[in-house]
Design a protein around this ligand. Structure first.
Ligand code: PSU
Ligand code: MN
Length: 312
């Protein structure tokens, strides 16, 4: 469990969203590993801008989170976003990497786990990503810190399920063990990132932003400290049916194994290889689901702050 701010405030730059944060206006945190390690250029910068636009157009303030020159930024300016998307030496920042990046004055993209840490410290309640990390199906043990962060950070996380390159049944088992509610947004099935169908059940189905807010409030009023994971499927036009992508996923995994890849480079390799193997189709679906999640997160953030205003 991570203690609240303590002396860490000096490492934060929260300026662009301070007003929104203090007046409990709707704010959506956005991660940045997807910009630095998850997508090729120039799509990474376009996507970062698109996600911010989707959030704004749906009534909330975006706060993209990253590390620049050793400072944790909650909310980036346009030029900071451009810099992050084009920097050559950027670290992938999960929870354990903050102190390293701060002391070495590095730049870095925050993963789901890293973003949850910084967003929670800044008082943000809603966060949008593409797909969470999870349990990899490799011989060596590889469980994303994302799962541990979800287990101990009380935030609403909007995603398209876990990335399809993972062992999805094992990932869901882990989330169950850690008591993280897995919400199907308008679905009974856990989405598999590019595909809407995994054949695996969610723990609860909810159908509107207000239902997500009511659910989260009840969960946290009981004293629970876990995230509420909202899994948002793509439209049928945008998804890639599982049977169409299963072969490419298997091949990418095999290649990673032959290369002996493990640790932080594994996920970026699998995503990039999959895009090559599908002739860009997986990239297209990945971009669509990221925007889709930003949209829903903004609507949930709006419902959340309306609810907060009512209870004062
Ligand atoms: N969603 C995407 N693309 C990504 C990621 C999520 O559409 O690249 C990133 C997230 O930042 C997530 C990370 O936390 O991949 C998982 O990395 P790992 O498996 O090494 O924990
Ligand atoms: Mn890992």
């Amino acid at each position: 469990m991570i203690n609240s701010m303590n002396n860490s405030l000096s490492h934060f730059a929260i300026s662009p969203n301070r007003k929104a944060l203090h007046s409990s206006l709707p704010v959506v945190a956005l991660e940045s590993t997807v910009i630095t390690h998850g997508l090729p250029r120039p799509q990474n910068l376009e996507l970062a801008r698109d996600m911010e636009r989707e959030v704004r157009e749906n009534g909330a303030e975006p706060a993209t989170i990253a590390i620049l020159d050793g400072q944790i930024h909650v909310g980036l300016t346009e030029s900071e976003l451009e810099r992050l998307a084009s920097e050559d030496h950027v670290r992938k920042i999960s929870r354990r990497d903050f102190a390293t990046a701060i002391l070495k004055k590095e730049c870095g993209g925050t993963t789901v786990a890293g973003t949850l840490f910084a967003a929670h410290q800044a008082g943000i309640k809603v966060f949008a990503t593409g797909g969470i990390g999870g349990v990899h199906s490799v011989e060596t043990l590889d469980i994303s810190t994302d799962l541990q962060a979800l287990a101990d950070t009380p935030m609403i996380v909007v995603c398209a399920g876990a990335k399809a390159i993972l062992d999805l049944p094992a990932t869901l088992e882990y989330l169950e063990t850690m008591a993280v509610p897995v919400v199907g947004y308008g679905t009974d099935e856990f989405p598999a990132f590019y595909s809407n169908h995994s054949g695996l059940p969610v723990s609860v189905r909810l159908d509107s932003p207000q239902e997500v807010v009511d659910y989260s409030k009840t969960h946290w009023d009981l004293g629970m400290q876990t995230a509420v994971l909202v899994c948002n499927p793509l439209s049928t036009e945008e998804e890639i049916p599982q049977e169409k992508i299963a072969g490419a996923i298997q091949q990418a995994r095999r290649e990673a194994e032959i290369k002996g890849l493990h640790g932080q480079p594994l996920t970026p390799f699998l995503l990039a290889r999959l895009s090559e193997l599908t002739g860009g189709d997986s990239l297209k679906a990945n971009l669509a689901l990221l925007k889709n999640n930003a949209r829903l997160a903004a609507r949930i953030a709006q419902a959340w702050s309306k609810n907060q205003a009512k209870s004062f």
